[in-house]
Design a binder for this molecule. Structure first.
Ligand SMILES: [Zn+2]
Length: 96
């Protein structure tokens, strides 16, 4: 079982950003590519809503680990639930 105190749902994506400061050579119209890439944690809130949280470059590895831990935990819960489902069916059969 992964450490539940650090699990995080969502996925990491990267994006270039524009600072909109006049004269910035990175953001020049048609030429500059913007700043970055910066990492963004994208979390689905259901019903097509998504929350995007910028992630500073430093703890990116930690975030990745937390995402992995979440996926791992989901897998473990799914497997346990499947076993429970089988046991549930078995109990039902015996009651009849
Ligand atoms: Zn800029």
């Amino acid at each position: 079982m992964p450490d539940l105190s650090s699990v995080l749902p969502g996925s990491l994506l990267s994006r270039m950003v524009r600072c909109n400061k006049p004269g910035c050579r990175f953001c020049e119209k048609g030429k500059g590519k913007g700043h970055g890439p910066i990492w963004i944690l994208s979390v689905s809130l259901g019903s097509r809503q998504v929350r995007q949280i910028p992630v500073p470059s430093e703890p990116k590895k930690e975030v990745e680990e937390s995402l992995r831990a979440f996926a791992l935990m989901q897998n473990v819960v799914k497997q346990i639930a499947q076993v429970n489902q089988e046991l549930f069916k078995e109990r039902k059969r015996q009651q009849q």
